[in-house]
Design a protein around this ligand. Structure first.
Ligand code: SF4
Length: 239
C-alpha cells in the first residue's frame, strides 16, 4: 500500500465516523465515496438516496445504473473513476441539504480532492456545480462546459436522476458526457493544456465545439497534404 492509499484509508475511516451535523442522526450510515482513489476523474453528486444509504455506496440506485451506462459510452468503468457526493449522509425524505450542512460536509470533499488529486472534476447536479462554478450559475446555461482552475478541468453536468423522468435529458447527458472523454484525451496528449487554460482563468469553455473545429482543421490539413488519388474517378463507393 503506497502513501496515497494509506491516506485514503485513513480519510475513509474518519469520515465514516463523522457526526459533525444533524444529518447523521437520520441516516443509516455515512457514505464517503467509492472507486479508484488514484483516478484522474472525480464525479461529485449531491447526496445519498435510499439505496445509497442502505448499501453505503454512492450512485447505486437507478441513477447509478444510468451513470454506469454513460461511463460505458465513453469506454470507462466505475473502477476507473472516483465517485462521491457533496453531502455524505442521506437527508430525511431526500430533502435538499441546508446551507450549513453543505458547508460543514464540504470539508470532506476538500480532503478527498487533496488525496485523490483528480485532473477532471465532473459535478452532477446543483450542489457540486454551485461549489465549483459559483452559486449564481445556472446548470441550464453551463452544462457540458468546462471551467479551468488550479491546473484542473471542471465540467458541470445535469444529475443523472433528471434523465429518469425526462427522456430528452438522457440524450443531453450522453452528449455532454462526451466532453469528459475529449478532455481526458486532451490531458493525455497535451498535459500542459490545463495549466495554460487555468492561467487565463478560462471559464464556461465550449470544448466540444472547440475540439470539433480543431479536429476539422487537422483533417483539412491532412487532406491538403495527401497525395493525389489515383483511383478511377467513376469507381462506385468513393465520395
Ligand atoms: S452529512 Fe457530512 S458533516 Fe454531516 S454528519 Fe454526515 S458526513 Fe458528517
Amino acid at each position: 500500500m503506497d502513501d496515497r492509499e494509506k491516506q485514503y484509508e485513513e480519510f475513509y475511516t474518519v469520515c465514516k465516523g463523522c457526526v459533525k451535523c444533524r444529518l447523521r442522526a437520520g441516516a443509516t450510515q455515512v457514505v464517503p465515496g467509492a472507486g479508484n482513489p488514484k483516478s484522474e476523474i472525480m464525479f461529485i453528486g449531491e447526496a445519498p438516496g435510499k439505496q445509497e444509504d442502505i448499501q453505503g455506496l454512492p450512485f447505486v440506485g437507478a441513477s447509478g445504473k444510468f451513470l454506469n451506462e454513460m461511463l460505458a459510452s465513453i469506454g470507462l468503468k466505475r473502477e476507473d473513476v472516483y465517485i462521491a457526493n457533496m453531502i455524505k449522509c442521506r437527508p430525511p425524505e431526500n430533502r435538499d441539504p441546508q446551507p450549513d450542512e453543505l458547508e460543514i460536509c464540504a470539508d470532506w470533499i476538500t480532503q478527498q480532492l487533496e488525496i485523490i488529486q483528480p485532473k477532471i472534476i465532473v459535478t452532477l447536479g446543483r450542489f457540486g456545480m454551485a461549489r465549483f462554478f459559483g452559486p449564481k450559475r445556472k446548470i441550464s446555461e453551463i452544462h457540458g462546459k468546462v471551467l479551468y482552475r488550479e491546473g484542473r478541468a471542471h465540467i458541470a453536468l445535469y444529475h443523472p436522476a433528471v434523465a429518469l423522468y425526462n427522456g430528452g435529458m438522457r440524450a443531453q447527458l450522453l452528449h455532454d458526457f462526451k466532453v469528459i472523454k475529449l478532455i481526458l484525451d486532451k490531458y493525455h496528449t497535451d498535459p500542459e493544456y490545463f495549466a495554460l487554460k487555468a492561467e487565463k482563468n478560462e471559464d464556461a469553455v465550449d470544448e466540444n465545439t472547440a475540439f470539433i473545429k480543431e479536429a476539422k482543421k487537422v483533417n483539412q490539413q491532412a487532406d491538403k497534404n495527401e497525395p493525389a488519388n489515383n483511383e478511377p474517378q467513376d469507381q462506385p463507393g468513393l465520395f
